[in-house]
Design a protein around this ligand. Structure first.
Ligand code: TXA
Ligand code: MG
Length: 328
């Protein structure tokens, strides 16, 4: 049930978390489906509810840096400690950091890896919930596995209906794309997933930071990097990857500016930003994909942008959303 995040709702949600149940809550990136990170059977419920493969670890959310010792085991004077020191002013914010796992974190959270992804989210409702629960909250995005991430409480409700006792409603997510994931245990440190904090911003702090380029003989560092992910059910392609004369009957365009090309008779055009502002495009992308996915279209055509700043995360999600159609 969708609940306004007043004191009572937060209190009830926190009780559910402590009792080993699931709660959906807003963050500034996307909505999360949370459980106590210390409770292995509660965490297993997340995997069951989402239909998520058990080898895909979750992000652990804490409310303040003072709680980091509860979830990560960072040796004094280590390189990891030094790197975290350089990044920590980006918290609260859309950044998840891979750290050596703390002993209390349930093994299922980390898919039995020796590392844990940690994030301090910026949304006040998320922070209140974590503080009230008194335990770190493990949470993936609150969508069925491989579907588009939710950026409103209604999106969560659409997929989980009455399966969740509480969906805290924090409005539309400000960032609209998932957090950036950075592995600072590896040398050099690696960007595992582009997101709300840009590679350029991180590289200014960690000059040896590298983009992660998975090759066939290295294992998947972050299973969320699987190629097909975030996909609408309607066939979705990047603009320019099919000649407009080959378009089927009902085609919608997601345009990044109000300069809509006259190339085809689109039956619907969604303009994400009048001037191509990346923050506006990111904030509206997932909700627009979900909305168009309900519209019984034959094809969704999406604009692209340069892979710079937030544009890297936008294109990463679009490459995944279109992956299953671009190879055919
Ligand atoms: O913005 C976000 O990050 C949202 C909100 C709810 O915080 N969460 C989110 O979670 O996007 P999810 O489950 O959709 O993505 C988590 C990603 C996965 O790609 C997973 O592989 C990676 O985090 N991950 C988690 N723990 C990891 C670890 N120990 N090593 C490498 N990757 C890890
Ligand atoms: Mg996800």
């Amino acid at each position: 049930m969708i609940r306004s995040p007043d004191t009572n709702a937060i209190k009830e949600a926190a009780q559910l978390i402590r009792a080993g149940e699931l709660v959906a809550f807003p963050t500034e990136t996307v909505y999360g489906l949370g459980a106590s990170a210390f409770d292995d059977s509660a965490v297993q419920k997340i995997f069951a509810a989402k239909g998520r493969p058990s080898n895909n670890p979750l992000i652990v959310h804490i409310a303040s840096l003072a709680d980091i010792e509860q979830v990560a085991s960072i040796a004094k004077g280590s390189l990891v400690e030094k790197r975290l020191g350089l990044l920590q002013h980006l918290w609260p914010g859309p950044l998840s950091v891979i750290l050596p796992k703390g002993a209390r974190v349930a093994p299922t959270v980390c898919a039995n890896l020796p590392s844990v992804a940690v994030r301090i989210p910026k949304h006040p409702v998320a922070l209140s919930l974590i503080s009230a629960a008194g335990v770190p909250i493990a949470a993936p995005s609150a969508n069925l596995s491989s579907y588009v991430s939710p950026t409103t409480a209604q999106h969560v409700q659409d997929e989980f209906a009455d399966k969740l006792r509480i969906i805290l409603d924090g409005g539309s997510c400000e960032v609209g794309l998932e957090s950036t994931i950075i592995d600072i245990c590896s040398s050099p440190p690696k960007l595992l997933r582009p997101g709300g904090i840009s590679f350029e911003t991180l590289r200014a702090l960690l000059p040896d930071l590298e983009l992660n380029r998975p090759s066939q003989d290295t294992p998947i560092l972050s299973p969320g990097l699987l190629k097909e992910h975030y996909s609408p059910r309607t066939k979705t392609i990047l603009r320019g990857s099919m000649p407009p004369q080959d378009y089927p009957a009902h085609v919608a365009l997601i345009s990044f500016t109000d300069q809509v090309p006259p190339e085809a008779a689109y039956c619907q055009v969604c303009v994400l930003s009048r001037t191509g502002k990346l923050e506006e495009i990111a904030a509206r992308l997932f909700s627009t994909l979900r909305e168009l996915d309900k519209a019984r279209l034959d094809l969704i055509v999406v604009d692209s942008c340069d892979e710079v700043g937030l544009g890297r995360a936008i294109m990463d999600r679009l490459m995944r959303a279109t992956a299953r159609y671009s190879s055919r």
